[in-house]
Design a binder for this molecule. Structure first.
Ligand SMILES: Nc1nc2c(c(=O)[nH]1)N[C@H]1C(S)=C(S)[C@@H](COP(=O)(O)O)O[C@H]1N2
Ligand SMILES: [Mo]
Length: 363
């Protein structure tokens, strides 16, 4: 018996600010970064955004094992100790949820109602996935490498474990990691302890948490989170284009001090330093960030030194006079991609890299 088929249809919502009880429940479980925490190059773990579809599974590190099978020469089973004994690699990676910005769309897809804050940067330590795939010996017959988590639930009537796949070539890339430490300490339960995948440059859904099983398969993987979820679609019946690398984006730390309830800002006239972060996906560097002040764009300083998969810092010195202002920030990357001024439509609200806007009163 499956009582969840009736939840399959989730019509778009037109109540612009009236979020539903279900959306509020999801927002309580899955928090975003506080925008003032953009000040840290590496997001402290407790300030990193979180997105968990089902429940955080109970995992026992001492009895944990990762199994590798399917189209491989040898089935492999590894304890966490075995994995920690493999060559280690640490990588700074900015991760963003594909649904970030969803709540700016109108009408809105009922799901986790992110505004701007589903992003964070961590130092992830693990071993390149390739080391484990080489132990198993992936056969030429493999067309996908599948990653399965220990968490299970329903989505639109379909019961499944959270699973994603990568093409074999991508899985063999040295930058794709099996991760056990975040910011130099063992993963916390909510971030996938004891082992997760990190796929740098891709939206967060690819980085499977609570990873317990890797399977090489000889037919394209058709798991729910691969082919039903995470597809760019204009309408519900579109064929869909898979969501993959992160689109260019920037955020600012709102200046001044906030009003508790509305989050609107009050700042003092004079020089105000506006700071923020900018990033793109697939290892593509950010080229330029602009700050918009009441619709007029000014080029900001982009600070050097960003690592391949991590965000850059940017800064703009604003000589503010008293008045009412709408600030905005807009990044472009070296591939020529630019953030759109208005959110781009997607049926389930994925991939919205529209500009952030902040209202400020200067006194
Ligand atoms: N097993 C499992 N892995 C998962 C998820 C999940 O629900 N279950 N959520 C994915 C999504 S959609 C995102 S955005 C990232 C979030 O990672 P974080 O919670 O560590 O920030 O994990 C991904 N990996
Ligand atoms: Mo996500």
């Amino acid at each position: 018996m499956n009582p969840f088929y009736e939840t399959a249809a989730r019509p778009h919502r037109k109540d612009e600010d009236g979020f539903t009880r279900q959306e509020v429940a999801l927002a309580n479980r899955n928090h975003g970064i506080a925008l003032e925490a953009l000040r840290y190059d590496i997001t402290p773990v407790g300030l990193h955004y979180l997105l968990t579809h089902f429940d955080i599974p109970a995992m026992d590190t001492s009895s944990f094992s990762l199994s590798v099978g399917g189209e491989v020469e040898n089935d492999v089973s590894l304890s966490l100790e075995d994995i920690r004994a493999l060559p280690a690699k640490t990588q700074t990676v900015t991760m963003e949820c594909a649904g970030n910005g969803r709540a700016h769309l109108y009408p809105r897809h009922p799901s986790m109602p992110w505004l701007n804050e589903a992003v964070g940067t961590a130092e992830w330590t693990g071993t390149p996935l390739r080391n484990v795939l080489d132990m198993a010996g992936v056969k030429d017959s493999a067309v996908d490498i599948v990653f399965l988590g220990a968490d299970r639930g329903f989505d639109r009537g379909h019961e499944h474990v959270f699973g994603r796949s990568l093409a074999p070539d991508h899985a063999a890339n040295d930058d794709v990691l099996l991760v056990y430490d975040m910011n130099g300490a063992p993963l916390l339960p909510q971030h996938g302890a004891p082992l997760r995948l990190i796929v740098p440059g891709w939206y967060g859904m690819a980085s499977v948490k609570w990873l317990t099983r890797i399977e090489a398969v000889d037919k394209p993987y058709e798991g729910f989170q691969q082919v039903d979820g995470y597809q760019y679609k204009q309408g519900p019946d579109d064929q869909g284009v898979p969501v993959q690398t992160i689109r260019v984006k920037s955020l600012m730390t709102p200046p001044g001090i906030p009003d508790w309830f509305t989050r609107q800002r009050m700042a003092e006239a004079g020089e105000i330093i506006i700071e923020g972060r900018a990033w793109s996906g697939g290892g593509v560097p950010v080229k330029k960030v602009e700050l918009g002040i009441n619709g007029v764009w000014h080029e900001a300083d982009l600070l050097p030194g960003a690592q391949t998969y991590a965000w850059s810092k940017w800064r703009f010195a604003w000589n503010a006079e008293p008045g009412e202002f709408t600030l905005a920030c807009r990044a472009s990357d070296v591939d020529g991609q630019v953030q759109p001024d208005a959110p781009r439509w997607d049926n389930s609200g994925v991939g919205n890299n529209g500009i952030q806007q902040v209202q400020v009163t200067v006194r």
